[in-house]
Design a protein around this ligand. Structure first.
Ligand code: SF4
Ligand code: MG
Length: 292
């Protein structure tokens, strides 16, 4: 029985997010999911990139690595390889994770490290004051697309499936209770798990608001007979956007080996517990090689 509580994850930094930002429910849900699973802060590490949402680990009491723009996923994978005993959660925005980090996104999907990727998808660049992003709808008007975006939006759900992700889900900041359940399932999944969160930017995105999503979002749990383990059915749901937007676990493949399970040296335990195994005498030799 775990004694971990949400208070254990309470950070000391004061948030700079705008009042009403869809990032607040995400922060709350991550903490609640970790507590539900009995995970203590020392068992968890988070990585982030650059963006409003990437400040999220600053507002938690947890191990964290704030990387550069678009690089949260490769850093998360590196951490997992160094210590696969840790629960690794990577936080990106839509611009950060699907645009600047788009290449890392597709290769992380196909490599299947056991990490969770939470993408705060507000369909806009929030931190830099409202430019159109890779997930902005066609025709979306911003300062950088005054006549409406002429670029087709990335569909992160379909892209994740097409590039080999083993857990693909969507949640909504408008339904925190459901989001906590989805994040908990993502953490429990063995392999790469995407949680794409519909996260309203109340300051710069006046189109994709809480009300806009509420009109369209429905839960896959309520769809009679829907099975996320059926790739054909999942592929159909992955295309849905517009009048109906599904949330929940859209696709899950069980049983595929993770990346780290296939690396021979990691079968002897996490690297951080293996010592130097005779490869070098001690870490002072490393310093000599590199810097002297
Ligand atoms: Fe949230 Fe948008 Fe404000 Fe950034 S600019 S904190 S995404 S509401
Ligand atoms: Mg964004």
């Amino acid at each position: 029985m775990s004694n971990v509580t949400v208070a254990d994850y309470q950070g000391i930094e004061v948030s700079t997010w705008c009042p009403g930002c869809g990032d607040f429910p995400i922060l709350k849900c991550i903490k609640e999911a970790l507590v539900q699973l009995g995970l203590a802060p020392h068992q968890v590490i988070m990585t982030s990139g650059i963006g409003c949402g990437s400040k999220l680990p600053h507002y938690m009491r947890v191990n964290a690595y704030d990387s550069v723009h678009g690089r949260a996923l490769p850093v998360a994978m590196g951490l997992k390889l160094a210590n696969h005993d840790l629960t690794v959660i990577s936080i990106t925005g839509d611009g950060d994770g699907y645009g600047i980090g788009g290449n890392h996104f597709i290769h992380t999907c196909r490599r299947n490290p056991d990490i969770v990727h939470i993408a705060q998808n507000n369909q806009v660049y929030g931190l830099t004051k409202g430019q159109y992003s890779p997930t902005s709808d066609l025709g979306y008007i911003t300062t950088t697309s005054p006549e409406g975006s002429i670029e087709v939006a990335i569909n992160p759900i379909a892209l994740a499936m097409a590039t080999g992700a083993t857990f693909v889900s969507r949640a909504s900041s408008g339904d925190p209770k459901h989001m906590t359940q989805v994040i908990a399932k993502a953490i429990q999944h063995k392999g790469y798990a995407l949680v794409d969160v519909l996260q309203p930017c109340v300051t710069f995105n006046k189109k994709n608001t809480y009300a806009w999503y509420k009109e369209r979002v429905y839960k896959l749990d309520d769809e009679k007979g829907y099975d996320p383990h059926d790739p054909k059915a999942a592929w159909v749901k992955a295309q849905e956007w517009g009048t109906r937007i599904p949330i929940g676990v859209i696709y899950q493949e069980v049983g595929r080996l993770t990346y780290e399970e296939q690396v021979t040296v990691l079968k002897q335990g996490p690297l951080v517990k293996q010592g130097f195994n005779g490869r070098i005498k001690d870490d002072s030799e490393l310093l000599k090689e590199e810097f002297v």
